[in-house]
Design a protein around this ligand. Structure first.
Ligand SMILES: Nc1ncnc2c1ncn2[C@@H]1O[C@H](COP(=O)(O)OP(=O)(O)OP(=O)(O)O)[C@@H](O)[C@H]1O
Ligand SMILES: [Mg+2]
Length: 229
C-alpha cells in the first residue's frame, strides 16, 4: 500500500441493503446501512442470531452483492480487485477444503497470490501464532470445531491482508481459549496494520475492540452500545 491508498477508506457503504426471497416473501437481511472502515480499524459487530451480521460481512468482503445502495473499496479498487488477498474472510461455517491437509489449506492463499518462496514456512508461522503447528499434517476432519476455526483464522491472515473479516471466530471454543485467540489476532493486526471486523456474541471480546457495531433486525448502528446477545 502507498500513502495515497492509506489516506483513503478501505470500505465505504452508502445505504447498502440486501434482501432475500424466501418462499415468495422478501426478507430484508440488511436494511439500508451507511458505514466506513479505515486502515487499522478494529470493529466488533454484535447482534442477535438472524440480525444480519453474516450477510453484512459477506457484502463488505465483496463475496455478496447489495440489492441496493453503493458499496466501494476506495483504497483497494473494484470488487474484482479484492481477491485474492486484500480482504480475507474467516467464515462462520466450516470452510477448510476437506482433501487438503491443514498446512496445505493455510498455504493456499499464498499460492493464489503467486507467492513463490517458502509458502509452507509462512503457513507454519501463521499456524504457530495460534499454537497449531502440531496439526499441520492432519486433515480437516481430524480437527475439533474450535481447532478448525483457528486454522481458518491462520489461513485468513497468512497473505497479509489489509482487512480481516472473522465471523464468530471464537464461537466454538471456551472463554479462555477465545480470549487467547483474540489477543493473538489483535497483536497480529497491530503489527501488520491490518483492520479487523469481527462478529461475536461475546461481550468480553467485543470490549477488546475500540469500535462496536450493532445489528438489530437488519438495522446497523455504528455507535458503541451494550450488546444485545
Ligand atoms: N442466502 C440466503 N437466502 C435467504 N435468506 C437468507 C440468506 N442468508 C441469510 N438469510 C436470512 O437473512 C437474515 C440474516 O441472516 P444472517 O445469517 O446474516 O444473520 P446473523 O446475524 O449472522 O445470525 P447468526 O448470529 O445466527 O449467525 C436471516 O433471516 C436469514 O434467514
Ligand atoms: Mg452469522
Amino acid at each position: 500500500m502507498n500513502t495515497t491508498q492509506e489516506s483513503q477508506a478501505l470500505v465505504v457503504g452508502k445505504n447498502v441493503s440486501r434482501s432475500f426471497e424466501q418462499g415468495g416473501t422478501g426478507v430484508q437481511a440488511v436494511a439500508p446501512a451507511s458505514f466506513e472502515i479505515a486502515f487499522g480499524d478494529r470493529i466488533a459487530i454484535a447482534g442477535r442470531s438472524g440480525s444480519g451480521k453474516s450477510t453484512l460481512l459477506h457484502l463488505i468482503s465483496g463475496i455478496d452483492i447489495p440489492s441496493a445502495g453503493d458499496l466501494s473499496w476506495p483504497a483497494l479498487g473494484t470488487r474484482e480487485d479484492l481477491r485474492p488477498g486484500r480482504i480475507a474472510v474467516m467464515f462462520q461455517s466450516p470452510s477448510l477444503l476437506p482433501t487438503l491437509s491443514v498446512l496445505e489449506n493455510v498455504a493456499l492463499p499464498l499460492a493464489l497470490l503467486g507467492v513463490a518462496v517458502d509458502r509452507d514456512g509462512k503457513a507454519l508461522e501463521a499456524l504457530g501464532l495460534f499454537g497449531l503447528e502440531d496439526l499441520a499434517g492432519k486433515l480437516p476432519e481430524e480437527l475439533s470445531g474450535g481447532q478448525a476455526q483457528r486454522v481458518a483464522l491462520a489461513r485468513a491472515i497468512v497473505g497479509q491482508p489489509d482487512l480481516v473479516i472473522a465471523d464468530e471466530p471464537t464461537g466454538q471454543v471456551d472463554r479462555a481459549t477465545g480470549t487467547a485467540v483474540m489477543e493473538t489476532l489483535i497483536s497480529w493486526a497491530e503489527a501488520s496494520g491490518a483492520a479487523l471486523l469481527i462478529a461475536t456474541h461475546d461481550q468480553a471480546i467485543a470490549d477488546r475492540l475500540p469500535h462496536g457495531w450493532q445489528m438489530d433486525h437488519g438495522r446497523l448502528s455504528t455507535a458503541r452500545q451494550e450488546m444485545a446477545l
